[in-house]
Design a protein around this ligand. Structure first.
Ligand SMILES: [Zn+2]
Length: 491
């Protein structure tokens, strides 16, 4: 067997001011054929798992390019087209193949392409013809379009959010691919449109039980090869945005459709109950001040660079300053210009500085005042599980009693080492402010006396009922109360 694999992925928040080009991919991951590292990034596990699987089988794996850019705004048109064509040229040169196994994200939007993954999959299908297996692993924060369903044989999405299972799901993808190539199964994909958009953390109920149930069905029912919830991505203003349920069965379309529909309606019935309870900045800061022990972690959950925002909002910091809080540390505020000024001033300097809130409306006001430059670190990194996440040249400044980290590479606050590398002992602070929706939880919960999820300002379109979409369809919850009402009336 000859199998082609490649990866092309990013998550596009179409409301983000941070547009990206080839350099953003090179900064995160750009690996020409054969140069992908041994460990996968979020959307490239099909390549590393594929190496193991094909080696065991004695099959030939032909690697194409793998490219991943951290979440941001619109992708430059030429950048998308050249990465796409690079992969298509590699596939053309590799033909004939028995299968194409891809790592995608599913929420990439490029200038001129609302459905980049649909475009890529369709072009691949045209090259390989109707008989060759085409499958992919994707992130559930994506858009499942009709074009993609028509082009591919089946998809497997991560089940967990935070996405702790991207390697396990790549193993599922390959297991089904191998069983198909060896003639044991015939995957058929059935999709149900839940006509809603929501946020589904699996670290809490009711989504925890729902995902456990999906895995139980996969284990117990031999007709069912894979079940996926496509959460949808509310920051992508594209026509087919929304939550979908997928059932991949062994040749049993009728059963798959019934199962996808039943599970999809179960999700729909629980709409509005999945998100964590959110406080505004006043409630969060008041609750943190009132706590008897620290550190209280306030997650500035919607100014999360991991969701494509700039990460420079000052709303929570302004609230701390307004309350005269002095025993707090804020990590991070993205401001490359202010970092440069601090670097020029040097450690120990006391300087006038404007920082933060320069990227977009709804992020608060820039902070103006005298700051002390405490420490400077070039190419700073924090721990992230087994590896490290860079946050660029960084400055630890002190302003009116608060320690603040300014950074120059946008980064989600994954780990308390973010503070310690800048010389701040996170355990010694009463209040820690971090920029992350949910990924921070795993490591910060180990040192926090309390965790508060704070929705401050409007850096991210987190309320679909109010988001000024131009392209998203209107017939889904919460834009309408009951999108299935008309269908029931007609029945
Ligand atoms: Zn995701």
């Amino acid at each position: 067997m000859r199998i082609f694999t490649a990866a092309l992925a990013t998550e596009t928040n179409t409301f983000s001011p941070i547009c990206i080009d080839k350099r953003a991919f090179e900064a995160s991951l750009y690996a020409p054929p054969g140069s992908h590292p041994e460990t996968p990034t979020l959307c490239t596990a099909p390549i590393t798992v594929g190496r193991q699987v094909t080696a065991e089988k004695g099959w030939e794996l032909i690697e194409g390019t793998a490219a991943w850019a951290d979440p941001a705004g619109l992708v430059n048109r030429h950048t998308y087209e050249s990465l796409r064509d690079e992969i298509l040229d590699q596939l053309r040169a590799a033909l004939p193949v028995n299968a194409v196994v891809l790592g995608l994200h599913g929420a990439m939007v490029a200038d001129g392409y609302e459905d980049t993954e649909g475009d890529l999959l369709t072009r691949i299908r045209e090259l390989i013809g109707p008989e060759v297996l085409l499958c992919a692993e994707l992130d559930p924060h994506s858009h499942l379009t009709g074009k993609r369903i028509a082009a591919a044989d089946f998809f497997v999405f991560f089940k967990e959010f935070p996405h702790t299972d991207f390697v396990d799901r790549a193993k599922d993808l390959w297991r089904i691919a191998v069983d198909t190539l060896e003639g044991r199964v015939k995957p058929v994909m059935s999709v149900f449109d839940c006509r809603m958009i929501d946020v589904f953390p699996t670290s809490r109920e009711p989504m925890r039980s729902f995902v456990d149930k999906l895995m139980e069905i996969e284990r117990d029912d031999t007709d069912v090869l894979s079940l996926s919830v496509v959460h949808g991505f509310m920051a992508g203003d594209v026509p087919e945005m929304g939550t979908k349920m997928i059932a991949v069965t062994d040749g049993n379309r009728e059963k798959g459709q019934a199962l996808a529909r039943d599970l999809g309606l179960e999700l729909f019935a629980k709409r509005g109950t999945f998100r964590m309870p959110e406080l505004d900045e006043r409630q969060a800061v008041a609750e943190a001040i009132a706590a008897t022990a620290g550190p209280v972690v306030i997650a500035d959950m919607w100014d999360n660079p991991g969701g494509g925002t700039a990460g420079d909002a000052t709303v929570v910091l302004e609230e701390l300053l307004a309350n005269g809080v002095t025993d707090a540390a804020v990590g991070t505020i993205w401001d490359p210009m202010a970092v440069q000024i601090c670097m020029a001033a040097g450690e120990g300097a006391e300087i006038p500085l404007r920082f933060g809130a320069k990227s977009a409306p709804g992020t608060g006001n820039p902070i103006d005042g005298t700051v002390t430059v405490i420490s400077l670190v070039r190419n700073a990194e924090m721990r992230f599980g087994e590896s490290f996440a860079p946050f660029g040249d960084a400055a630890h400044i002190w302003h009116r009693g608060i320690d603040i980290i300014l950074n120059s590479t946008r980064a989600q606050s994954f780990d308390p080492s973010l503070f310690s590398v800048m010389g701040i002992d996170p355990r010694s602070k009463k209040i820690l402010v971090v920029k992350s929706t949910n990924h921070f939880f795993a490591s910060f919960s180990k040192i926090a006396s309390k965790i508060l999820y704070c929705s401050a300002g409007t850096p991210y379109p987190n309320n679909p009922a109010k988001t000024p979409y131009r392209r998203v369809r209107r017939d889904i919850w919460p834009m309408v109360t009951d999108p299935f009402a008309a269908e029931r009336g007609a029945a």
